[in-house]
Design a protein around this ligand. Structure first.
Ligand code: NCD
Ligand code: ZN
Length: 350
């Protein structure tokens, strides 16, 4: 078998979407939205605001604020989600569905940024999950247990046994996205699960292992949740996306926090990657010799799983060395992109 020896200088693919994104609100929203609207045609907008988006009315109002914050002429569609709490009413799911909300997010209470109001026990939302299954509303899962007795690096693998397996058994017809997977256990679980289970994978979990957090000192901009794992896990994620399996698709989990919040004694979790998302994914796929699988991952598998049309248009990535800005404005503060000040090998056109 012969491998192509020349590397392409440009790559044109169907317009991609981001199936896991944090846009925040107010001035922060206005600061980060243009980056995503340039890179992607649609994005699944996470509902972990303060207070969280738990009602259809809040989701519609948030959608309105996003649309108003879009740059002139932008062609971008926000896809809205609700934040599940122990108190969510099944009727709210019906209202949400009618209003175009596509999914609900399950945060185990306390698992990550703004998840205090999350679900304390999945059994408490069984009636809600039944309605979601019936109405075709997707369940997006932050898959980490919050048990303080479980090591931070094991929380995703333990979540599969304690929560994911019973959930899949009880709701076999529910479409479930295991969000931002970080371990070989999760990659294997999703690969072997039935067709109703899929996963998003971030660019940073494809590019980095946990050494990045400690490279020559503590690097807060590489701290996100679920936290970066060992090299064997990164390699398993790369293998999963490079396989071309339709179960894996793009979700940046771009999660902006002001630099002052990241470079603090207690650093908020989240990597900001929206500015150069497709460039980072192209780098990861190229390193794996799988550039030909980028289009499926970024542009086909997501809409197919969500039951939405693929985009008609295309985007082009060119091989071009450029330097990411060290930081960008973020309301009254500054925001540091992952790899800020460093060079990238690919550039999204124009
Ligand atoms: C996210 C955030 O900042 O909202 N942080 C992160 O590290 N990914 C929350 C989340 O998705 O866990
Ligand atoms: Zn997230």
């Amino acid at each position: 078998m012969s491998m192509p020896t020349t590397s392409p200088t440009s790559l044109t693919i169907t317009r991609p979407d981001d199936w896991h994104l944090h846009l925040r609100d107010g001035a922060a929203l206005g600061a980060v939205l243009p980056y995503t609207a340039r890179q992607f045609g649609r994005a699944i907008v996470m509902p972990n605001l303060k207070p969280p988006i738990t009602t259809t009315a809040q989701a519609l109002a948030y959608r309105e604020r996003i649309v108003e914050a879009l740059p002139e002429g932008a062609d971008f569609e926000p896809l809205m989600t609700l934040y599940l709490t122990d108190l969510m009413e099944p009727d709210e799911i019906r209202r949400a569905r009618e209003a175009g909300v596509v999914a609900c997010k399950l945060y185990p209470a306390g698992a990550t940024t703004n998840s205090d109001a999350g679900v304390t026990d999945v059994r408490k939302i069984h009636r809600v999950l039944e309605v979601m299954q019936r109405e075709g509303v997707l369940l997006l899962v932050h898959g980490e247990v919050t048990d303080p007795a479980v090591d931070v690096f094991d929380r995703e693998a333990v979540f599969i046994d304690r929560v994911m397996q019973p959930l899949r058994r009880d709701f076999p017809g529910l479409k479930v996205v295991f969000e931002h997977i970080t371990t070989k256990e999760a990659a294997q679980y999703v690969a072997e699960a039935g067709p109703q289970t899929a996963a998003t994978v971030t660019a940073h979990h494809l590019l980095y292992n946990r050494n990045a957090i400690f490279q020559g000192g503590l690097r807060p901009h590489y701290y996100c949740l679920p936290v970066l794992k060992r090299e064997q896990h990164r390699a398993a994620l790369v293998a999963a996306v490079a396989s071309g399996s339709a179960k894996f698709f793009l979700g940046t989990d771009s999660a902006p926090h002001a630099s002052v919040m990241k470079e603090a004694s207690v650093c908020g979790a989240g990597c900001f990657t929206a500015l150069s998302a497709m460039e980072l994914y192209a780098e990861a796929f190229e390193a794996a010799g799988a550039l030909d699988k980028l289009e499926g991952f970024a542009s086909h598998h997501g809409p197919d799983f969500y039951g939405l049309p693929r985009h008609a248009g295309t985007v082009t990535l060119r091989r071009e060395t450029w330097t990411l800005p060290d930081s960008v404005p973020f309301g009254d503060a500054q925001l540091k992109p992952l790899r800020g000040g460093e060079t990238l090998a690919w550039r999204l056109q124009p």
